[in-house]
Design a protein around this ligand. Structure first.
Ligand code: CTP
Ligand code: MG
Length: 228
């Protein structure tokens, strides 16, 4: 299974001066944990890291220090996550039929989650790992900050990655997204806009996306528990 790891962000919400994926989590750079989990997954046999030029040297060093068992390819990122994944899809070998896309920032996803997604994508066109939301979610008017509605929580799931797709279909959806000017924060949204089905795979509660400093602290706590 082919795996693309978008890692070309800046980590603005982390408030750090460099890409948050290069920050230290326990004794390793954050992205190293993501790579180790992907490498430990039985189903992944090709890894593409999508990066910004200024991070290339650091990421190459991290990868070579990890001595992973699978080949790692370095792919030029874009201005948005959507652009980065678009580039990643262009860089897949022509024989790639299915792909998993997993945010570098979700460094706690387990090899088992990769394996379950890799298995499931052989039987559907598109999927995402997701978990039922625990909070009650409000839709709020941007200007007045008044609540406009409260969606029924039983229908709400929090989207995670890995997300898996048939490569050709996802490429078509990305191309359509560009033509139409759709701006999305995950790949499933492009699939949905194209009226294609996206299956839910049960995600992991611990599979958080490290976004703000508190996430880094929580991730460290979870990793410590796992390694204890
Ligand atoms: N990403 C990417 N290319 C971009 C922007 C983001 O590959 N142009 C990646 C990030 O590196 C991350 C994933 O997409 O692994 C999810 O994005 P997010 O958590 O938003 O990371 P950042 O964009 O780096 O953070 P922020 O939005 O706070 O700046
Ligand atoms: Mg971002």
């Amino acid at each position: 299974m082919y795996l693309l790891i978008p890692a070309a962000g800046s980590g603005r919400r982390m408030g750090s001066s460099r890409n948050k994926l290069l920050l230290t989590l326990l004794d390793q750079p954050l992205i190293a944990w993501t790579l180790l989990a992907a490498d430990a997954s039985e189903s992944i046999d090709w890894i593409g890291i999508i990066l910004q030029p200024q991070d290339r040297a650091d990421l190459q060093t991290i990868v070579s220090n990890l001595s992973l068992s699978k080949p790692v390819h370095f792919i030029q990122g874009g201005a948005t996550r959507q652009d980065s994944v678009y580039n990643g899809l262009q860089s897949l070998p022509p024989m790639a039929k299915h792909v998993l896309i997993h945010d570098g920032a979700r460094c706690l996803a387990t090899p088992n989650l990769f394996d379950r997604c890799a298995e499931a994508i052989l039987h559907c066109q598109g999927l995402i790992a997701a978990v039922p939301v625990k909070d009650t979610i409000k839709v709020v008017d941007q200007k007045t900050h008044l609540i406009t509605s409260t969606p029924d929580r039983s229908q709400l799931w929090a989207a995670q990655t890995p997300q898996g797709f048939e490569v050709e279909r996802l490429q078509q959806c990305h191309a359509e997204g560009r033509r139409q000017g759709w701006e999305v924060t995950d790949d499933a949204a492009l699939f949905e806009q194209c009226q294609l089905p996206v299956q839910i795979v049960e995600g992991e509660e611990t599979n958080l996306k490290v976004t703000t400093p508190v996430d880094l602290a929580i991730a460290e706590f979870i990793l410590r528990q796992r390694l204890a």
